[in-house]
Design a protein around this ligand. Structure first.
Ligand code: I3P
Length: 106
């Protein structure tokens, strides 16, 4: 499963706000229990992660609609087992995560 999503780092750890809190677009690849980030499909094909970012390990992670986040629609939250939290912004289109009415940004 892969495609473009907006991404915002919200918490670095359970009680620590992330320092870089701005939204950025990433080509996200969900595979083998990891979520990896690339600038675009070409760098994904070349296996070059965006800014050398480590993939997020999803073991014991929680994922839910970010109902409390009101500034954008179609946002889901990922809470990793280490307490860090990330927000992801999808497109208003039924692809990707259809049960939430979310899809990839085109
Ligand atoms: C952040 C940027 C984000 C904003 C965040 C700001 O500033 O404006 O868009 O999140 O607010 O800190 P900068 O680009 O200077 O890092 P929202 O879009 O969700 O408001 P926050 O610190 O309240 O999360």
């Amino acid at each position: 499963l892969e495609g473009y999503l907006g991404r915002k780092h919200d918490l670095e750890a359970a009680t620590k706000r992330a320092s870089n809190r701005s939204w950025s677009t990433r080509y996200c690849v969900l595979r083998g229990g990891q979520l990896a980030f690339f600038k675009d499909a070409k760098s994904r094909a070349l296996g070059l992660p965006c800014h050398g970012e480590e993939p997020l390990g999803l073991q014991d992670a929680l994922c839910e609609v970010a109902a409390g986040y009101k500034k954008k629609k179609h946002v889901f939250k990922l809470r990793l087992s280490n307490g860090s939290e990330w927000l992801f912004h999808g497109k208003d289109e039924v692809r990707g995560i259809p049960e939430w009415g979310m899809g990839w940004l085109e």
